[in-house]
Design a protein around this ligand. Structure first.
Ligand code: FE2
Ligand code: FE2
Length: 238
């Protein structure tokens, strides 16, 4: 019998054994906590750290006027560069996510319903194009594409779970598509926000390029949604 076949019969639920469940609850109720305090104490500790006001990283220094105030245009550009850097980080991860999805699909084999290898490669190529567009855009605006901005840092942490699902050898195609749906929803909103920022700063050519990227993302989202729902519905009928 294969390992996968042997690993059936999920016993994590307490209802597996109502008698032992009662004992477990009794034990937990009578047990002495290993440390003092409760959830409020944890919140209080967190509150102290929050009040210290340390930011997640920083942006390159924004030039200030002689009166000691940052120029409005410079502030607008700083926010734009921060969000461009965030999108750059996310699109870079996006290419890796689709590489992992390709690896999964190659190993498990193409299934119907589900994406073909060619379809996964196609989206992966577009994520790479987006990454390159952002790289070039940041450099042309005088920024540093290798800089990890605060929002890029947050984006990296946020997408960690998605990558874990994709690279987990046990995850199914449906699990991976569920995780990719989170990534593609974020992709769509990310480009929409960049378009608004580019418009506000008067970068018309960039706005057009970003709108093309958004069109790609809308297609990615639609495809992932369709593959996911078909995979799940199909498994429910099998
Ligand atoms: Fe993308
Ligand atoms: Fe995408």
């Amino acid at each position: 019998m294969s390992t996968a076949a042997k690993m059936t019969g999920n016993r994590t639920g307490m209802q597996t054994s109502p008698e032992l469940a009662e004992e477990l609850i009794e034990g937990a109720t009578n047990a002495t906590p290993s440390s003092q305090g409760d959830a409020q104490d944890i919140a209080d500790y967190r509150g102290e750290y929050i009040a210290e006001g340390f930011p997640i990283g920083s942006l390159p220094t924004v030039p200030v006027s002689e009166e000691g105030e940052a120029d409005e245009d410079e502030l607008g550009m700083a926010v734009f560069l921060d969000k461009l850097s965030e999108r750059l980080a996310y699109e870079r991860t996006g290419t890796r996510l689709y590489e992992a999805l390709l690896n999964k699909c190659e190993t498990l084999g193409e299934t119907t319903p589900g994406p073909t290898l060619e379809e996964i490669e196609h989206i992966g190529r577009e994520e790479m194009e987006h990454f390159l567009l952002l790289n070039e855009t940041i450099a042309e605006l005088g920024g540093d594409p290798t800089l990890q901005s605060p929002s890029a840092d947050v984006a990296g942490v946020t997408s960690l779970g998605i990558m874990q699902v994709l690279t987990d050898p046990r995850s199914s195609m449906a699990h991976c598509l569920q995780a990719m749906l989170t990534a593609e929803l974020t992709d769509n909103d990310g480009w929409q926000l960049l378009i608004k920022l580019a418009e506000n700063l008067g970068y018309n050519e960039l706005t057009t390029q970003f709108e093309t990227a958004l069109e790609h993302e809308e297609e990615h989202l639609q495809n992932v949604r369709t593959w996911l729902s078909e995979c799940v519905l199909d498994s429910a009928e099998a």
